[in-house]
Design a protein around this ligand. Structure first.
Ligand code: GLN
Length: 486
């Protein structure tokens, strides 16, 4: 499918209707889903209705916004009124939200066409989308490999051209890592820039919703549409939202001295040599474009992973207490008293990884262990934040690989949670510090699998992140490569 801008031109020039474009996406979904499994629900009827409404406006000579008639995939942890929202969990198998998340409402108001709800790791816990209770999504570049996670369905759907853009959520890397594995652009905004109202909570102090696109521009357009203050989210920031896509070219010129810090701790042991080579080349490319390159040490980053895997499960154990068989979704039918109803519902409804997180979190928060684990983790979180603050005294953005490897084989890490957790090594620090980060394609390994480059910015530094990413993207051809199935 074409870019948002190209499709918009086609719609307003009446070369193609929104219905035709939507039908193209729906046809591709129908064709590819038997192999790809990126959607849990396809919302054909509603999508065509939304597209018809756009066409009616065009026919009436009304102005339409840039997203009007654009097919969009939505991660299935975002509540959509009247449309089942499962979080890829059995416990929410039949949950039909009575309300709409702020981001999906904003997209609907902008005329965006939701083509379906995408697959994820159950409750967004995972790095491969294999923890879904329903299906395993394949990587469009190699169907025997994972798309990354937890927003694997959203990343795969965009890479395989089943939709133009999509939304994911990123708690420890769940937008950037699958973007890297699937060869697309994925952005996690500053904490608070995008409302979390209607996002099923995993770890509330870390969760952020963000865009996937096949280009920096498409991702920038989508972020402008979903960002902004929302009184329904108490952590929402009251800031003006720039038109990110309109400003892509303005700030990255030779001689303007953009200072890029290369995080030294993200190179070396454990990093796939082919990933290292591609990222090193990308850094050289940015230097040729006029950036100053500085090696930067962030010594506390090595504690990011253990810190995250205390804080995220702790918050998850609290957030997931609400699934008790009373208020939402599944209720075990074979219980004879209230307590056994609670325990059976939770034991039948939650998958193994979710149970593991609830147990770790409950343990870390329990009396006697709280100080040793949770409180300690919060202190280390502050140290990681301070590392970033110090780095940003001398540089404008920070660069690293997005993930230590390219996409691994399905089943390769499912029996070893620790090796799965290691995938998030490079993405987690930005979540702990609430900073924006983007992943964009920077090459392929010898197996033909995409490699991702991560750029992390200052608080509310989205505009600059997009500019740097755009300058790099436009000087390469990586984003123009497509998997064979697309
Ligand atoms: N892989 C990480 C986890 O399992 C991150 C998930 C996410 O960002 N939602 O917690």
């Amino acid at each position: 499918m074409a870019s948002i801008r190209e499709l918009h031109e086609q719609i307003i020039n009446k070369e193609r209707s929104a219905v035709e474009i939507t039908q193209e996406a729906l046809n591709r979904i129908q064709e590819l889903e038997p192999k790809l499994h990126s959607f849990l629900t396809v919302t054909t009827e509603q999508a065509l209705k939304q597209a018809q409404a756009v066409d009616a406006k065009v026919a009436a000579g009304e102005e339409i916004g840039i997203l009007a008639g654009i097919p969009i995939g939505i991660k299935d942890n975002l509540c959509t009124k009247g449309i089942v929202t499962t979080c890829a969990s059995r416990i929410l198998e039949n949950f039909v939200p009575p309300y709409e998340s702020t981001v999906t409402q904003k997209l609907a108001d902008a005329g965006g066409v939701m083509v379906g709800k995408t697959n994820l790791d159950e409750f967004a816990m995972g790095s491969s989308t294999e923890n879904s209770a329903y299906q395993v999504t394949a990587n469009p570049w190699d169907l025997s490999r994972v798309p990354g996670g937890s927003s694997g369905g959203s990343a795969a759907a965009v890479a395989a051209d089943e939709c133009v853009v999509s939304l994911g959520s990123d708690t420890g890397g769940s937008i950037r890592q699958p973007a890297s594995f699937c060869g697309v652009v994925g952005m996690k905004p500053t904490y608070g820039l995008v409302s979390r109202y209607g996002l099923v909570a995993y770890a509330s102090s870390l969760d952020q919703i963000g865009p996937f696109g096949r280009s920096v521009e498409d991702a920038a357009i989508l972020l402008s549409a979903i960002a902004g203050y929302d009184p329904q989210d108490s952590t929402s920031l009251k800031v003006a939202i720039p038109n990110y896509a309109a400003n892509l070219k303005s700030d990255f010129k030779v001689g303007k001295k953009l200072r890029i810090g290369v995080i030294t701790e993200t190179f070396g042991e454990g990093l796939d040599p082919e990933v290292e080579a591609a990222v090193t080349k990308a850094i050289q490319q940015l230097q040729e474009l006029g950036a100053e390159i500085h090696p930067i040490s962030c010594p506390s980053f090595r504690y990011g992973l253990p810190t995250y895997y205390i804080i995220a499960p702790s918050e998850a154990s609290a957030n997931l207490a609400r699934y008790d068989g009373v208020k939402y979704g599944l209720r075990s039918p074979d219980a004879d008293n209230l307590l056994s109803m609670y325990t059976r519902t939770r034991s039948q409804g939650f998958g193994a990884e979710v149970k593991r997180r609830i147990m770790i979190g409950t343990y870390a928060l329990s009396a006697g262990y709280y100080d040793a684990y949770y409180l300690k983790a919060q202190k280390v979180r502050t140290l990681i934040k301070q590392d970033f603050e110090k780095a940003f005294e001398t540089v404008d953005v920070l660069i690293s690989p997005t993930a230590p490897t390219t996409a691994f084989r399905a089943g390769e890490k499912t029996t070893d949670p620790l090796s799965m957790y290691l995938n998030d090594l490079m993405t987690i620090p930005a979540n702990l510090a609430g900073l924006p980060g983007i992943s964009l394609p920077c090459g392929f390994d010898s197996k033909g699998l995409p490699i991702g480059l991560q750029i992390v910015g200052k608080v509310l530094g989205e505009e600059q992140l997009f500019q740097v990413a755009y300058a790099y993207e436009q000087s390469t051809n990586w984003h123009l490569q497509k998997p064979k199935m697309a």
